[in-house]
Design a protein around this ligand. Structure first.
Ligand code: T5A
Ligand code: NA
Length: 208
């Protein structure tokens, strides 16, 4: 049995990442593909609790400190993620290093500094970027409660995401009906699985 794929969802706040990543895992499992959902930040760990308090504006942290906590929150999950991938489970990840870099860089932090703590994390096989203009995202439920859910910030984050893209990314129009988005993502995922099965590659490493 070959390794699983690392599939990442990225996008601005309220773009539909949790909705679509959850649906993808369900659809893969229904089709007999072993898959598990991973979410960052993982607010259930001790590090995640610190991040959660910061995002909900219950505590203050320096930009550098919170950036490193987001990275540490990925590193604390990495051993299990690698073990799952190696044993054939596909991981569907709701936000990853690209959110880490894009949000911090949008605060005018140095890009190279922002990438450094994530060097060596498992590299994704595919990234689905759910693209929505922040003005459209702001109309969706729950928007505006957390620290980064502000128009200027989200517009800058979107620009940073675009600067991080390479050929492993697909830009998905996130303003459409959720079923339509899901069908597109399912087709792209099936193609990635077929390609990997035909020509398996080892897990890559970020940001090298
Ligand atoms: N962050 C994160 C960093 O700064 N550094 C990091 O390293 C990381 C990992 C919290 C914040 O942390 C920052 C980025 C964020 O600002 P989070 O916990 O992922 O990150 O944030 P959440 O609030 O959980 O998620 P988002 O706000 O990003 O929303 P999603 O997951 O993109 O959207 P979703 O699926 O929850 O949908 C939002 C609403 O829209 C509806 C849904 O029903 C829901 O009500 N919806 C649609 N409506 C119409 N059409 C569609 N196609 C729709 N799809 C969903
Ligand atoms: Na989410």
């Amino acid at each position: 049995m070959g390794r699983g794929l690392l599939i990442v969802f990225e996008g601005c706040d309220r773009s539909g990442k949790t909705t679509q990543s959850t649906r993808l895992v369900q659809a893969l499992n229904d089709a007999g593909v072993r898959a598990r959902l991973v979410k960052f930040p993982d607010r259930t760990t001790a590090i995640g609790a610190m991040i959660d308090a910061y995002l909900r504006q219950k505590t203050q942290l320096s930009d550098q400190a919170v950036h490193l906590l987001f990275s540490a929150n990925r590193w604390e999950a990495m051993a299990q993620m690698r073990a799952d991938l190696e044993s054939g489970t596909t991981l569907v990840v709701d936000r990853y290093t690209f959110s880490g870099v894009a949000f911090s860089a949008a605060k005018r932090m140095d890009l190279k500094w922002c990438k450094a703590p994530d060097v060596g994390l498992a590299a994704p096989d595919r990234v689905f970027f759910l693209d929505i203009h922040p003005d459209d995202a702001a109309k969706r439920a729950g928007y505006g409660d957390e620290i980064y859910e502000k128009r200027e910030m989200q517009i800058e984050v979107r620009v940073k995401f675009f600067s991080l893209m390479d050929k492993s990314w697909s830009i998905v129009d996130a303003l459409r009906d959720p079923d339509e988005i899901h069908r597109q993502i399912m087709a792209l995922t099936n193609r990635a699985l077929e390609r990997h099965n035909a020509d398996p590659t080892p897990i890559g490493k970020l940001w090298t």
